[in-house]
Design a binder for this molecule. Structure first.
Ligand SMILES: Nc1nc2c(ncn2[C@@H]2O[C@H](COP(=O)(O)OP(=O)(O)OP(=O)(O)O)[C@@H](O)[C@H]2O)c(=O)[nH]1
Ligand SMILES: [Mg+2]
Length: 389
C-alpha cells in the first residue's frame, strides 16, 4: 500500500522522518513518502531524511517559528489558516501514485494535536483516498494539559479520519525510564509494525511473491469500520536449514508432515502472542470489530495452513467476524514475525481513563476564571494604602 505520511508537530515529524529512513533501507523502497508540518522551525531543521521542500512551516506570523506551546486550539487555528500550503505540497508530490494518507501526531501537544483533525478533514474533502491517522497518547504522568489536549483532539479526529491507530507512550516505558528516553524505541516500533502491513502487498521488484497476498484493498476493508485501531507484534527466531534435493524429497515421505505441524503451531503461537502481548494501544482484543494478520519471514516457514488456523482462532475471539490474513516472504530473515491489526476497538482502558481524567481537568479549567473573579471581588473590598478606592 503506497502511503503518503504527513507528520504534524514534533513527534509527528520525527516519526514521519523515521518512516522515510526505514523505507529507503527496506526490500521494497518507495512504499512510503513523507512530509513534515510544524510551527516550530527548529523541529523542522532537526529532521534528517525528509527533503527540505517537504518541510512546511506554518503559523510563522503568529508564533514566529517557536511552536504553539501545547495550545492545541491555536494549533488548529494555524492549520486551518494555512491548510492551502499543506494541500499544495500534497498535490505537488502527486496523490495519484498513493493508495492512502497516514497522518501522524502526538495528541497531547499543541501543533500536531490541533492540526491533525484539520488536515484530515481537508484531505477528505479533496481526495478519495482513505485518510488514516496515528495518534500518540501521552503517558499518564505527563500532566493534565496533555490529557485534555489529547481528549479534545481525539474527539475531533475520530469523525474526520477513516481510522485512528492509537499509541500509548506509557505502555512502552521500561522501569525507571523517562518518556523522553523511550521516544526512539516507540517511534521505531510504530514504523516497523505499520511498515510490515503496508509493504506486505507491494510486490514490485520482489523475488519471493506471497502465497496469500495482503493487497491494499484488504487493508482498506479492515480499516473501513473506522474508529480506534491498535497494532500488535511478536516474533520468533527460526533456524532455516539449507537442505539438498534428496533431503527435501525424503522429508516429503518421512517427517514432512510433522515438520508442517510444527510450523503451523509456531504460527498460531506467534499470532496469539502478537494479539495478547504489547499492543501499540493496550486494549481488549476481543472488542475489535475486524482484524488483519500479516506473517513475515522465510517462505519455507510461512505455512499456509498455520496462517489459516490462526485466522480462524482470531475470528472466533473478536466481536466481529471479518479477519483477513496473508504472508510477506522475507527470504533472508531468520525470524517469523507477526503483525496483527485490530480495528474498531470498543474497549481500551487507557482511552477510558484518559477521557475520564480529561473531563475532570476540563471542569477545573472552566472554574478557573470564576476563581480569578472571586479574588478580584475580594480585593475590591480592601482599602488601598493611601485610603479608599
Ligand atoms: N512517541 C513519541 N512521543 C513523543 C515524541 N516527541 C514528543 N512526544 C510526545 O508528544 C507530546 C507532545 O507533543 P509534541 O509533538 O512535542 O508537540 P507539538 O505538536 O510539536 O506542539 P507544540 O510543541 O506545542 O507546538 C507528549 O506527549 C510527548 O511525550 C516522539 O518522538 N515520540
Ligand atoms: Mg513542538
Amino acid at each position: 500500500m503506497k502511503t503518503l505520511v504527513i507528520g504534524l508537530g514534533q513527534a509527528g515529524g520525527k516519526i514521519a522522518d523515521t518512516f522515510l529512513a526505514d523505507d529507503r533501507k527496506s526490500p521494497v523502497p518507495h512504499t512510503f513518502e513523507a512530509i513534515a508540518v510544524n510551527s516550530a522551525l527548529s523541529d523542522l531543521t532537526g529532521l534528517a531524511n525528509i527533503p527540505e521542500e517537504d518541510r512546511i512551516l506554518i503559523g510563522e506570523t503568529v508564533v514566529k517559528g517557536h511552536g504553539v506551546g501545547a495550545d492545541n486550539r491555536l494549533g488548529a487555528e494555524i492549520a486551518e489558516d494555512e491548510a492551502d500550503a499543506i494541500l499544495n505540497r500534497v498535490s505537488k508530490i502527486g496523490v495519484a501514485e498513493f493508495d492512502a494518507f497516514l497522518l501522524v501526531a502526538a495528541l497531547g501537544g499543541g501543533t500536531g494535536s490541533g492540526a491533525i483533525p484539520v488536515v484530515a478533514k481537508h484531505l477528505k474533502e479533496v481526495y478519495d483516498e482513505p485518510v488514516y491517522a496515528v495518534g500518540i497518547l501521552p503517558a499518564e504522568n505527563e500532566g493534565d494539559i496533555y490529557t485534555l489536549n489529547a481528549a479534545r483532539s481525539l474527539k475531533t479526529l475520530l469523525p474526520s479520519a477513516d481510522a485512528v491507530i492509537l499509541v500509548d507512550n506509557g505502555t512502552f516505558l521500561r522501569g525507571g525510564e523517562s518518556v523522553k528516553e523511550a521516544y526512539e524505541r516507540i517511534n521505531r516500533e510504530i514504523v516497523k509494525r505499520i511498515g510490515i502491513i503496508a509493504r506486505a502487498g507491494e510486490v514490485r521488484g520482489r523475488k519471493s511473491v506471497a502465497e496469500m497476498v495482503v493487497d491494499t484493498s484488504e487493508i482498506i476493508n479492515t480499516m473501513r469500520t473506522g474508529g480506534i485501531c491498535s497494532i500488535g507484534y511478536a516474533s520468533e527466531r527460526v533456524s532455516v536449514k539449507k537442505r539438498g534435493f534428496l533431503s527435501r524429497l525424503l522429508s516429503l515421505f518421512v517427517g514432512g508432515r510433522r515438520d508442517q505441524i510444527g510450523k503451523a503451531s509456531r504460527i498460531l503461537s506467534v499470532v496469539k502472542r502478537a494479539t495478547k502481548g504489547r499492543l501499540l494501544l493496550p486494549c481488549d482484543y476481543r472488542s475489535a470489530n475486524k482484524a488483519l494478520i500479516v506473517l513475515a519471514g522465510p517462505p519455507s516457514e510461512l505455512d499456509r495452513k498455520g496462517i489459516e488456523k490462526a485466522r480462524q482462532w482470531l475470528e472466533q475471539n473478536i466481536s466481529g467476524a471479518e479477519v483477513r490474513g496473508g504472508d510477506y516472504p522475507l527470504p533472508k530473515s531468520s525470524y517469523v514475525g507477526c503483525v496483527v491489526l485490530l480495528a474498531g476497538i470498543s474497549n481500551a482502558p487507557r482511552v477510558r481513563s484518559l477521557l475520564e481524567r480529561a473531563k475532570i481537568v476540563q471542569e477545573k479549567v472552566a472554574e478557573e476564571p470564576k476563581r480569578e473573579r472571586d479574588i478580584e471581588a475580594l480585593l475590591s473590598d480592601i482599602d488601598k494604602l493611601g485610603g479608599k478606592t
